[in-house]
Design a protein around this ligand. Structure first.
Ligand code: C2E
Ligand code: CA
Ligand code: CA
Length: 431
C-alpha cells in the first residue's frame, strides 16, 4: 500500500474478507467455520484502536471504521496491525488452520459519503483478493478504473451467449511417447469472447469476473455443450477417431453436486461416452474432503478423465495428487519455458514425471513453443504435450488443419480423415 497516500484522512473504511472461508466450511463443516470466526473476531478487536468500530457485514466479511479527529489517520499502520492477526493459526478442535483476510481501504476525501466509502473500499477489496490471500489495497484512481472495467466485463458477459459473441477454440494435444507416439490424442477446449463493446477479452480476464459474478456455471455449461457438439460432428465426419478426447476447463465454482448429472446428460445428448471427455481443474480449486472433491470422485467413477491443471504453480499439489482421483497432471508452461536453459526447470519436470509415474498418473506438458522443448520432453519420457509449436488453439472449423500440422510436428503425419479406432493414430488414449 502507498504509505503517503494512506495518511492524513480523518476517516477510513476498511473492508476485510476472509480468504478461503468457503473452503473451511465445505471441508470441515459449518461448525468449524463458526469456530474460526469466533477466534478471529477478538483478534481483530484487539488489533484496533479504542475509537475504531468493527462490524460484521455478513458471512466472512467485516468492516472497520477508523476515525482520527486530528486528521492524522495512518491506514497503513491499521492494516499492519491487522496483518498480525493472521500471523498465528486458529484452532478448530486440535487442528491448526491458517487464516488470512483480504483488505480494501478507502479514505474519506471531499464529498465522501458512507455509501461511496463502502463502494470504494469494496472495489479495493476486490483488487486485493485478486492479488492473493492476505493482501491489502488502498482505493485509488487505478482501482476505480479497474473496478469500472470489471463492471463492463460483467455486464457484457451477461449478454455474450445471447449475442453469439462466444466461441470455443481447440488446441491439439499430441502423444510424445507410448504406442500412439506422434499422434494427436485430443484437444483442449478454450473459451473465446469477442465483445461488441470491449473487443476481444482474454479468458484470464473474464473467467475470474464470471466466477465472482456467479456467471461461470451457465458459461461452463455452454462451453461443455459446444465442445461436445463439435467433437460429435468431427467423429461423424471421420475427422477424429474413437481415442480422441476433448478436455474442458472447469472452475472451482462449477464443482457442485449437480455437475456429474449435467455431464452425463450432455454426453448422452451428443451420443458420446465418458471416455471422450476430460475435465481440467486447477490445483487451487480443490481441497481434500470438500464438496468439490466428492464431485470429482463421482465424475471419475462415471469414467470421465480428470486433469490437474497448472501443476506446480500452487502449494498443495503433492497432497492433492495423493488424495484426489486425477488421471493426468498438466505441467504448467512456466516449467516448460525454462526447459532448454534452466537445469532446475529440467529437474523439476523430471521429478514431476517420475512422481506421476509412481502414482500411475499420466502427464501432459503445456505451452511447448519450440522444437527444443518438445525434444527435451520426449527424451525425458513425457507422454503428451500441447503448445504453439504443435498448433495454436483454433476455431472448430480449422481443427482438421490444426490436427495435420500438430501430427506433422509430432513426427508422424497420418493423412486425414482418420479411418477409425483401429488406426494406430486413433487407438485408445494413454493413461
Ligand atoms: P489454461 O487452462 O492453462 O490454458 C492454457 C492457456 O495457454 C491458453 O490460454 C492457451 O491459449 C495458452 N497456450 C497454449 N499453448 C501455448 C504456448 O505454446 N505458449 C503460450 N504462451 N501460451 C499457450 P487462454 O486460452 O488465454 O486461456 C487462459 C486460461 O483461461 C486457461 O488457462 C484457463 O484457465 C482459462 N479458461 C479458458 N477457457 C476456459 C473455460 O472454458 N472455462 C474455464 N473455467 N476457464 C477457461
Ligand atoms: Ca487447462
Ligand atoms: Ca494450464
Amino acid at each position: 500500500m502507498d504509505r503517503r497516500a494512506a495518511r492524513g484522512g480523518a476517516v477510513a473504511v476498511l473492508l476485510i474478507d476472509l480468504d478461503r472461508f468457503k473452503h473451511v466450511n465445505d471441508t470441515f463443516g459449518h461448525e468449524s467455520g463458526d469456530a474460526l470466526l469466533q477466534q478471529v473476531v477478538p483478534r481483530l478487536l484487539a488489533a484496533l484502536g479504542p475509537q475504531d468500530v468493527l462490524a460484521r457485514l455478513g458471512g466472512d466479511e467485516f468492516a472497520v471504521v477508523c476515525e482520527d479527529p486530528d486528521g492524522r489517520l495512518d491506514a497503513c499502520a491499521v492494516t499492519a496491525r491487522l496483518s498480525r492477526v493472521w500471523a498465528e493459526p486458529v484452532f478448530v478442535g486440535a487442528r491448526p488452520l491458517r487464516v488470512s483476510g483480504s483488505t480494501g481501504v478507502a479514505l474519506a476525501g471531499d464529498g465522501a459519503t458512507a455509501r461511496t466509502l463502502l463502494r470504494d473500499a469494496d472495489a479495493a477489496m476486490y483488487e486485493s483478493k485478486r492479488r492473493g490471500p492476505g493482501s491489502s489495497q488502498l482505493f485509488s484512481a487505478d482501482v476505480a478504473a479497474r473496478a469500472e472495467r470489471v463492471l463492463l466485463v460483467e455486464q457484457g458477459l451477461q449478454q455474450a451467449v445471447r449475442r453469439g459473441e462466444l466461441a470455443v477454440h481447440f488446441q491439439p494435444v499430441v502423444a510424445l511417447g507410448g504406442e500412439r507416439a506422434g499422434a494427436v490424442v485430443g484437444a483442449e477446449a478454450l473459451l473465446r469472447w469477442s465483445s461488441a463493446e470491449l473487443g476481444a477479452v482474454a479468458p484470464d480476464e473474464f473467467v475470474p469476473v464470471a466466477e465472482a459474478a456467479g456467471l461461470v456455471g451457465a458459461l461452463g455449461d455452454w462451453v461443455l455443450d459446444r465442445a461436445l457438439a463439435e467433437l460429435a460432428a468431427w467423429r461423424a465426419a471421420g475427422v477424429v477417431g474413437d481415442g480422441f478426447r476433448v478436455a474442458v476447463n472447469v472452475s472451482a465454482h462449477q464443482l457442485e453436486p449437480a455437475l456429474p448429472g449435467r455431464v452425463a446428460e450432455l454426453l448422452a445428448r451428443h451420443g458420446l461416452g465418458p471416455a471422450h471427455l476430460g475435465l481440467e481443474v486447477t490445483e487451487s480449486a480443490v481441497v481434500e474432503g470438500g464438496v468439490a472433491a466428492q464431485v470429482l470422485r463421482e465424475l471419475r467413477a462415471a469414467g470421465v478423465t480428470l486433469l490437474l491443471d497448472d501443476f506446480g504453480t500452487g502449494y498443495s499439489s503433492l497432497a492433492q495428487l495423493r488424495e484426489l482421483p486425477f488421471d493426468v497432471v498438466k505441467v504448467d508452461r512456466s516449467f516448460v519455458a525454462g526447459l532448454e536453459r534452466s537445469g532446475r526447470d529440467r529437474a523439476l519436470v523430471l521429478a514431476v514425471l517420475s512422481l506421476a509415474g509412481a502414482l500411475g498418473v499420466s502427464v501432459v506438458a503445456e505451452g511447448v513453443e519450440r522444437e527444443g522443448q518438445a525434444e527435451q520432453l520426449r527424451a525425458a519420457g513425457c507422454p503428451a504435450a500441447q503448445g504453439w509449436y504443435f498448433a495454436r488453439a483454433v476455431p472448430a472449423a480449422d481443427l482438421p488443419a490444426a490436427l495435420a500440422a500438430a501430427a506433422s510436428r509430432a513426427g508422424s503425419y497420418s493423412p486425414l480423415p482418420c479411418p477409425g479406432p483401429s488406426s494406430p493414430s486413433c487407438a485408445p488414449s494413454p493413461g
